[in-house]
Design a protein around this ligand. Structure first.
Ligand SMILES: Nc1ncnc2c1ncn2[C@@H]1O[C@H](COP(=O)(O)OP(=O)(O)OP(=O)(O)O)[C@@H](O)[C@H]1O
Length: 370
């Protein structure tokens, strides 16, 4: 657990970057510091690993005041990932990933083995081990940055805007990867971003910072989006908050209905309803229109761990208005009915009816979704 106890940071020339911060980060939770530029998110994060020391108050890691722990020793248990990955350009990928282990005095062979495992864990092809950072895409470089932070298996991971320099598609991939990794590893993660969408997608606790380094609200994504604490938070999350709220609600409560299906090549019978054509692996190929028997492309699907936002997209993009639910291999399990998705949207406005996520539980919730 990480505790900020009345923490203030005033820089020598007078800027108060963080003002009387009280905050707890539960062990194994994913906490996101979010807010506009210059509101003290990075400064707060850097006080955890003593890159910056507070002017007043205490930061505790597992009950111990970090001011009494040597920075080198403290950082052994704290991985750190930054924007643009911060890789050493003249070292190969594997040497970059092994850096912390080598600094820690591990033998070269042990360090390289652990580095390869970390690469695999973050979804990097180990054949990239001998490349140099400049020979990788931005997204791959970020993965190397995450692998490097994880290689020494620290219980705490600090991530400072790690995905903000990559394009939106790669960014979404990296976010999914983080959700998957956290479900596996249960690290205590503190993640800084100025993107509220990223915050509600990843965090099970969201801390909204405001001007002058004052914490404005801390709570689950649902609480922040549906019950903003003040005008600042309302303004910050913006007018799309209802739409954003779709991103943290899973589809696990929605009934999955069965529809008639046909295999590839089978002639379509006269039916008064839409038929789903599947390939040999049971994956959706097309929707067959009743009457005309015209075949339409199936639209987006609802894979495991989907959010209500994905379900809504599947329903809106489906020619039959039914969103196809698929398993991990992409095989159709059934469909979501548009009226069920709309029904789920209705209760979003009602905070009492929401299955609010407590700190530490979000990833488990996601892991149990269909
Ligand atoms: N070393 C420093 N010396 C003086 N002022 C600083 C220093 N580092 C940060 N600040 C100031 O402290 C305030 C908070 O900065 P910080 O980087 O923590 O904000 P942030 O919320 O992380 O912003 P961003 O999203 O732009 O990184 C800013 O006004 C910044 O200019």
């Amino acid at each position: 657990m990480i505790t900020f106890d009345g923490v203030t940071k005033r820089f020598p020339e007078g800027t108060v970057a963080v003002d009387s911060l009280d905050l707890e980060v539960e062990e194994g939770s994913f906490t996101v510091f979010v807010g506009p530029s210059g509101c003290g998110k990075t400064t707060s994060m850097r006080m955890i690993n003593r890159m910056i020391d507070p002017t007043a108050g205490r930061v505790l890691v597992d009950g111990a005041d970090v001011s009494g722990v040597k920075p080198t020793q403290l950082r052994r248990g704290i991985g750190y990932v930054i924007q643009n990955a911060g890789l050493l350009p003249h070292r190969t990928v594997i040497d970059n990933v092994a850096t912390v282990l080598l600094l820690r005095g591990e033998r070269r062979r042990t360090a390289r083995r652990a580095a390869l495992e970390a690469m695999e864990r973050v979804g990097l092809d180990v054949r990239m081990a001998t490349r140099y950072p400049a020979q990788l895409s931005g997204g791959q470089q970020q993965r190397v940055g995450v692998a490097r932070a994880l290689a020494a298996d620290p219980p705490i991971l600090l991530m400072d805007e790690p995905f903000s320099a990559v394009d939106p598609v790669v960014r979404a991939d990296l976010q999914n990867e983080m959700i998957r990794l956290q479900a596996e590893l249960h690290k205590t993660i503190v993640f800084v971003t100025h993107d509220i969408d990223e915050a509600v997608r990843l965090g099970d606790q969201v801390a909204v910072f405001g001007t002058g380094g004052v914490l404005q609200q801390v709570g689950s994504p649902a609480q922040v989006l549906t019950a903003p604490a003040n005008d600042f938070v309302t303004e910050f999350i913006g007018k799309d908050r209802g739409y954003r709220a779709l991103s943290f609600r899973g589809v696990e409560d929605l009934p999955v209905h069965q529809v008639p299906t046909l295999a590839r090549g089978q002639a379509a019978p006269e039916r008064g309803e839409w038929i789903l054509r599947l390939d040999e692996q049971g994956r959706p190929l097309a929707w067959i229109e009743p009457g005309s028997r015209r075949e339409h492309r199936p639209g987006s699907v609802v894979p495991p761990h989907s959010t209500l936002r994905q379900a809504l997209d599947a329903v809106l993009s489906s020619p039959s208005s039914a969103g196809v639910v698929v398993d991990g291999e992409g095989a159709a399990r059934g469909v979501l009915a548009p009226e069920d998705v709309v029904g789920a949207l209705r209760i979003l406005g009602d905070v009492e009816a929401l299955p609010l996520r407590g700190a530490g539980s979000a990833v488990a919730d996601r892991a149990e979704q269909p």
